[in-house]
Design a protein. Structure first.
Length: 176
C-alpha cells in the first residue's frame, strides 16, 4: 500500500532566523511521537509562531508563568486570537523566557517552554516534516540550554509579566 503526501510548501519568514545550531531530536513514548527543538531564542519563538497555524484552529491553551508561579488556562482559543495576543510579547519572551505556552487538542500538543525550547507531541509524525521544512537539523539527541533557571528563579521582567497578564485577560483565561 502506498501513501502519497502533498508537497510541503516552503516557509520563507522562518529562514531569516536560521542558524546551523538550530536542531531537534525525536522522542517516542507510549505510541506518541515527540520533538524537542533547540536553537537561539529568537529562532525558537519564531518557530513556535510558525507552527501555531499548523495546529487545529480551536485548542486548549495553558500559560505557565514560572517567574510568578501563576498558571492560566482556556479551553477554546483560536489561532488568530493567540497570534494577535502573543505577537507583541515576542521581544520580551526572547529576552527573558520564563513563561511556557502549551496548545492542546486530543492527539496533539505544541509548547514553547520556559527555557525557549519548542516541544511537540502527536500520534503522527507530522511535526517532523514541519521541523524539516523549517530547516532544523535532526539529531539523535539535543543538548539543553546551559542556563536552565528553575521555577521561581527567573529574574523580574516587568514587560513580560504585564504582557502575560494582558494575554490571559484578552483570551478570557482562568487561573488554575
Amino acid at each position: 500500500m502506498a501513501f502519497f503526501r502533498e508537497p510541503v510548501p516552503e516557509v520563507s519568514v522562518w529562514r531569516r532566523f536560521r542558524n546551523a545550531s538550530d536542531t531537534y531530536a525525536v522522542m517516542r513514548r507510549d505510541g506518541l511521537i515527540g520533538t524537542r527543538a533547540l536553537g537561539n531564542a529568537e529562532a525558537m519563538v519564531e518557530l513556535f509562531l510558525e507552527l501555531v497555524p499548523e495546529f487545529p484552529n480551536l485548542f486548549a491553551l495553558t500559560i505557565d508563568d514560572w517567574r510568578n508561579n501563576v498558571v492560566w488556562r482556556a479551553d477554546s482559543v483560536t489561532q488568530a486570537a493567540l497570534l494577535d495576543a502573543f505577537y507583541p510579547l515576542r521581544v520580551p519572551m526572547i529576552g527573558a523566557g520564563g513563561v511556557e505556552f502549551t496548545l492542546e487538542v486530543p492527539g496533539d500538543q505544541l509548547s514553547l517552554s520556559a527555557h525557549l525550547e519548542v516541544v511537540t507531541w502527536s500520534r503522527t509524525d507530522r511535526w517532523l516534516y514541519l521541523h524539516d521544512r523549517a530547516g532544523l537539523a535532526e539529531r539523535a539527541r539535543v543538548r539543553g540550554r546551559l542556563w536552565r533557571p528553575a521555577r521561581g528563579a527567573f529574574p523580574p521582567a516587568g514587560n513580560l509579566t504585564a504582557g502575560v497578564k494582558s494575554i490571559a485577560k484578552a483570551l478570557a483565561m482562568h487561573p488554575v
